[in-house]
Design a protein around this ligand. Structure first.
Ligand code: NAD
Length: 489
């Protein structure tokens, strides 16, 4: 990608410049990495018009044609994997090994939905009238407005666009205004793969303008959003206008529960991965460690020691394990939560500061931070920090562990670690969350549904459930006996 060129919107197959640009910042050193054009309501209107026109063909196109294009997109993502990974690392800050994993998952997502779209779907019913045959087909919805966050720039675009296009819908897609660069590159790949003009449209710009225009647009049939819970409420309000369908993937404050019978070194390792992978900027992060009292002190000593060894560095640096946070404003929010936790009496056992020495001077780096002895009413326990900050709580019994785990307005994810498989299963079944793990944390698969309970969202992405979100269900009833109904004399 040529970072010296200003990234353009893509509407109806044309690359569009606007009268406003936005600087895109490299969070590792606060330098201007590139610029993109910013759109507004007019560009959303135009994109909807183009999408509606494209839907006339795409919505009735053959599944094998659509699958072939999705497979081509997957191949091209893989072919350009190093470039795409570097774009996300430079723009978001995440270590290159994380970005490479995201690129591979993005290709897998396009390939999965390309493969899924011609598999059996629908239902056939035996109804009381033997002369009637009743069945259900799934049809594309139409124009989908899709709004993505900044924490997995390319992968969030893939999770949205792959099932949407596979199902025969058309899209008006808005990436986060902090991290639009890999989306611009992805749309170039769409063009190269032969995706017809107008099927997917890229409109960059601020959430309050472009995002709001998408959620409120009366000719958009469905809005699919990933982001914060408060923004999710605004999306719902916008969607009310034309009662459009909504799918929301929102925030979390997910529990990672560890019992004393689990191997301590392995437990520490998973707990670190649960919170500090991707700088803690993960919706499903295990941001609350719920630890059994019998191993509490020993476990925390080792956890703090290991967290202190995490290699925080520019994401492009060899061996980088944690990069900078995405922006100055976000870093300040995370640091403010660290202050709040201290004031509320949580015990800081590791980290707690911005890193500013030497080469870190201008970047938005924050130390891996752990607070022990957190109480249920502390803000650090209840509010999503979305950074490298772990809140640890102590439990004695299995019942207490479950009670602490569920004491949240969120319900996105959760993990339990125990060698007693009956106990582990009892606990995980009692945890009110949509994505759960036993003796693991974070593995995510294109085949399995992703989404949350409670204020973590509505609907699911990925898997067959994720495809269903992009279809309307139509029942068709056929009268096999020709003739009159005979109801009125
Ligand atoms: P955000 O809510 O600030 O922004 C998300 C997107 O919404 C961006 O594209 C933004 O420009 C847009 N937006 C902002 N205001 C808007 C408005 N008024 N109307 C319409 N769109 C608007 O979230 P973020 O800071 O980009 O991402 C972090 C949040 O995303 C966290 O809360 C995290 O938990 C959540 N997240 C959830 C999942 C999931 O699968 N559940 C995945 C990733 C991130």
């Amino acid at each position: 990608m040529d970072f010296s060129k200003t990234g353009r919107l893509c509407i109806g197959g044309k690359w569009v410049e606007t009268d406003k640009t936005k600087d895109i910042i490299n969070p590792a050193d606060a330098s201007v990495l590139s610029k993109v054009y910013a759109g507004n309501e007019t560009h959303v209107d135009l994109a909807v018009k183009e999408a509606k026109e494209a839907f006339k063909q795409w919505g009735v196109s053959s599944v094998s044609y659509r699958a072939a294009i999705l497979f081509k997109i997957a191949d091209l993502i893989e072919k350009n994997s190093r470039e795409l990974a570097e774009i996300d690392t430079l723009n978001n800050g995440k270590p290159l090994r994380d970005s490479l994993g995201d690129v591979s998952d993005s290709a897998a997502c396009f390939r999965y939905y390309g493969g899924l779209i011609d598999k059996p779907s629908g239902q056939v019913y035996s109804v009381p009238d033997p002369n009637m045959q009743s069945f259900v087909v799934r049809e594309p919805i139409g124009v989908c407005g899709q709004i993505a966050p900044w924490n997995y720039p390319l992968m969030m675009a893939a999770w949205k666009l792959a099932p949407c296009l596979a199902a025969g819908n058309v899209s008006v897609f808005k990436p986060s205004d902090l991290t639009p660069l890999s989306s611009v590159r992805l749309f170039e790949i769409f063009e190269e793969a032969g995706l017809p003009a107008g099927v997917a449209n890229l409109v960059m710009g601020p959430g309050s303008v472009v995002g709001q225009a998408i959620s409120g647009h009366t000719e958009i049939d469905k809005v699919v959003f990933t982001g914060g819970t408060d923004t999710g409420r605004k999306i719902m309000t916008g969607a009310v206008k034309n009662i459009k369908g909504i799918s929301l993937e929102l925030g979390g404050k997910s529990p990672c529960i560890i019992f004393d019978d689990y191997d301590l070194e392995a437990g520490v390792d998973w707990a670190l991965f649960a919170i500090f992978c991707n700088q803690g900027e993960v919706c499903s992060a295990g941001s609350r460690l719920i630890l059994q009292d019998t191993i509490y002190d020993k476990f925390l000593d080792r956890l703090a020691q290991r967290a202190g060894q995490i290699k925080v560095a520019n994401g492009l640096e060899e061996g980088a394990e944690m990069g900078p946070l995405v922006s100055k404003a976000h870093m300040e929010t995370v640091l403010s939560y660290i202050d709040i936790a201290k004031k509320e009496g949580a015990r800081l056992i590791c980290g707690g500061k911005r890193i500013t020495e030497g080469k870190f001077a201008n970047g938005y780096f924050v130390e891996p931070t752990i607070f022990a002895d957190c109480k249920p009413d502390m803000r650090i326990v209840n509010e999503e920090v979305f950074g490298p900050v772990l809140a640890v709580q102590k439990f004695h019994t299995q019942e207490e562990a479950v009670e602490l785990a569920n004491a949240t307005v969120y319900g996105l994810a959760g993990g339990v670690f125990s060698n007693d498989i009956s106990r582990a299963l009892q606990v995980i079944k009692a945890v009110k969350a949509g994505i759960t793990w036993v003796n693991a944390y974070h593995p995510t698969f294109a085949q399995a549904p992703w989404g949350g309970y409670k204020q973590s969202g509505i609907g699911r992405e990925l898997g067959t459930f994720g495809l269903d979100e992009y279809t309307e269900i139509k029942q068709i009833n056929i009268n096999l006996a020709a003739g009159k109904v005979g109801w009125f004399a």
